[in-house]
Design a protein around this ligand. Structure first.
Ligand code: FEO
Length: 169
């Protein structure tokens, strides 16, 4: 495998692993605060990020590279509000999208069209995840501090589909 591509894919493996830990930390915070619908949504989102990491690990190894399983720093574990939590989640996803774009860029530079093709799944996935996070932040901006609104939000978010719980075609 091309060494520059291998290096940036390993960087992406670390990014997906830390996304998974961050969302796990967010899920746990929500659960401790009795925001159970949100906790469920975030636990699933964390699983989904781990799946992203695994997808990359297996791809690197199958193509003759060596996947590096990273150590992960402790993620942020306290949040001021549900809104702050989702604003951070959206900012995080935007950062991940930039990283995915960088991987795609290196693939083109190195003329690695196989990996470029493989990465298109991640490009589409990021589009969905960012759109969902934006929708959630918009909802929370509308609700503000209204307790009834937050109660309904927490009930409804359980039904919102991350790709992990979306029906498979
Ligand atoms: Fe796998 Fe949400 O980035």
């Amino acid at each position: 495998m091309n060494s520059k591509v291998e290096e940036i894919l390993n960087r992406q493996i670390a990014a997906e692993a830390s996304s998974s830990q961050l969302y796990l930390s967010m899920a746990s915070w929500a659960e401790c605060h009795g925001i159970n619908g949100t906790a469920k949504f975030l636990y699933l989102h964390s699983d989904e990020e781990r799946e992203h990491m695994l997808k990359l690990v297996r791809f690197v190894n199958e193509r003759g590279g060596t996947a590096i399983i990273p150590a992960i720093d402790s993620p942020k574990s306290d949040f001021d509000s549900l809104r702050q939590l989702f604003v951070l989640l959206l900012e995080h996803e935007i950062k991940v999208t930039e990283m995915i774009n960088e991987v795609v860029h290196v693939c083109l530079q190195e003329k690695d069209y196989t990996t470029h093709n493989f990465m298109q799944w991640f490009v589409a996935e990021q589009l969905e995840e960012e759109a969902l996070a934006r929708e959630i932040v918009d909802k929370l901006n509308m609700i503000g501090d209204d307790k009834g609104g937050l109660y309904l939000f927490d009930r409804d978010i359980e039904m919102m589909q991350t790709s992990a719980n979306a029906p498979q075609n």
